[in-house]
Design a protein around this ligand. Structure first.
Ligand code: CTP
Ligand code: CA
Length: 232
């Protein structure tokens, strides 16, 4: 089954995908950011268009060309991403949060550039927690029947394996599907490929072997269609 001749199996669906990584200003020239390239979100947008969906891509600080046929909304901060995703989600059938959203932001960003003192002192930057866009979408659905998909970048630690952390996160956020990636210094960020496990609300788990992000995107859309036929 090749994409060119495939049925437009997402036709009639409006999907919203967030991509990239949010940045939180410290002052007018500095920010707290993360290493997300946006490639996985862009791959999700491009494959969804190819399969006939109407696609809104909320892109946070990416430097990738706009995928053809996609409505792109550019954002910088988590607050802007939240507003853009929630606005687009009002008439969306599926929302996929592929963006790396900053967990914290400076409580009081400086209005002018912070200067260093002549002694060796350094400022302390107080952080506050950002709203959790995915948890909000999962627990209070903007639209009945909307399918909500999250990503989780996990490492194993003293409390459990990366997969166990993923299972817990799927339940905690009340989402229909969680795509769990194992991350590490050399894994996933900026790469053209990644491996994942798709965890559904019914407990089923689908491993996806290492491969191009477009392939993972297609498997995610296949799973979204299965999830939706079960619940419709
Ligand atoms: N996410 C979000 N809003 C946030 C933080 C994360 O919507 N403020 C979304 C991401 O887009 C992703 C999912 O939540 O789909 C999981 O992100 P991740 O950083 O792996 O997990 P967190 O929930 O932030 O938990 P932690 O970083 O503490 O492990
Ligand atoms: Ca996080």
């Amino acid at each position: 089954l090749t994409r060119g001749t495939a049925a437009a199996d997402l036709a009639g669906l409006h999907v919203v995908v967030s991509a990239g990584g949010t940045r939180e200003p410290i002052d007018p020239v500095r920010y707290i950011g993360n290493r997300s390239s946006g490639k996985q979100g862009y791959a999700l947008a491009a494959t969804a268009v190819a399969r006939g969906a109407r696609v809104t891509l909320v892109a946070a600080n990416t430097s990738l060309p706009d995928p053809a046929g996609v409505d792109v909304v550019r954002v910088a901060t988590t607050a802007q991403l939240r507003d853009a995703v929630r606005a687009a989600a009002r008439n969306a059938d599926v929302v996929v949060m592929a963006a790396a959203v900053a967990d914290f932001r400076p409580a009081e960003p400086a209005e002018s550039k912070i200067k260093k003192a002549d002694d060796s002192s350094a400022p302390e930057i107080r952080l506050v927690q950002n709203p959790h866009v995915l948890r909000e979408l999962g627990h209070s659905r903007i639209r009945p029947g909307q399918t909500v998909v999250g990503f989780a970048a996990e490492t194993g630690d003293a409390h459990g394996t990366w997969l166990e952390h993923g299972r817990a996160k799927r339940a905690k956020y009340g989402v229909d599907l969680l795509v769990v990636n194992e991350v590490g210094v050399d894994l996933t960020f900026g790469a053209d490929h990644s491996a994942a496990v798709l965890i559904s609300a019914d407990g089923s788990e689908e491993p996806v072997g290492d491969g191009p992000k477009e392939r993972l995107a297609d498997v995610i859309w296949d799973r979204v269609l299965k999830v939706r036929t079960r619940t419709d």
